[in-house]
Design a binder for this molecule. Structure first.
Ligand SMILES: [Fe+2]
Ligand SMILES: [Fe+2]
Length: 248
């Protein structure tokens, strides 16, 4: 039994929408076929695969049906967190999705998934990525206050959802957690955030996140061990479509 994670499949079996990178960067060419083959070799029916958001380019549920069917057909137990592009997933209707896909897919938000003695917790997260301006030394020299206030609200909402996830697990007796976010846990200055603080508060050893695409963004946030927590980026193009083995 192993636990794997990867994010940002950005499937588009129905949708015509593609990110600019998907048109130009080689890594995206037939990526769904590459990823499917890698999973067939790597993942057994006893394993768990956490897909850390941005599953589909579809603008609505109908446009995501084939993408969700592709995910369902992957080997192992599939757990999904929300990404910023997942328009099929209304944040207030996660329970409904879980009922509909019971035994096929699990949607992780305001709840948790047991993995042996460990609870898998998670939420989409949110990172304020600007608009701010930095000088050549990485110092913030200007700031959009209105955008910042709005971002603060989004962060608070996601922190509430993450705490609900932790507390649901804790209530059921879990004391060990692995935390999944779609967005990176920090801004590009890698300052501590509500997400890094919550990971430390609950004694989390591993935080897995995605969302960062392309060489210029891969190092936008924490990687490796920081204050006792190990951070891993698992966006599909960063992993070249090989899921990260999080643990045996
Ligand atoms: Fe993405
Ligand atoms: Fe994203």
């Amino acid at each position: 039994m192993s636990l794997y994670a990867i994010g940002d499949l950005h499937l588009h079996f129905q949708s015509q929408l593609k990110a600019p990178g998907q048109l130009h960067d080689r890594v995206w060419k037939n990526h769904e076929e590459k990823f499917g083959k890698i999973c067939e070799k790597l993942i057994t029916p006893e394993d768990t695969l956490v897909l850390v958001g941005d599953h589909s380019w579809g603008k609505n549920r109908a446009e995501c049906e084939k993408d969700l069917a592709y995910i369902e057909a992957l080997p192992g137990r599939k757990v999904l967190t929300r990404g910023n592009h997942d328009m099929f997933w209304d944040a207030n209707k996660t329970e409904r999705l879980n009922k509909e896909f019971a035994g096929r897919l699990t949607f992780l938000q305001n709840n948790y998934v047991p993995y042996g003695d460990i609870a898998l917790v998670g939420t989409k997260g949110y990172t304020f990525e600007g608009p701010f301006w930095i000088d050549g030394r990485g110092r913030v020299v200007d700031w959009d206050e209105a955008a910042f206030e709005h971002a603060k609200k989004l962060v608070e909402r996601e922190l509430d959802r993450l705490r609900t996830s932790f507390e649901a697990a804790r209530k059921d007796g879990f004391r060990e957690y692995i935390m999944f976010l779609h967005y990176p846990p920090t801004n590009i200055l890698e300052e501590e955030s509500g997400f890094t603080r919550m990971a430390e508060e609950y004694g989390v050893k591993r935080v897995i996140y995605a969302h960062c695409h392309g060489q210029t963004r891969f190092h936008d946030s924490l990687m490796g061990e920081v204050r006792g927590v190990t951070y891993d980026l698992v966006s599909g193009d960063f992993r070249k479509w090989v899921p990260l083995k999080v643990m045996e």
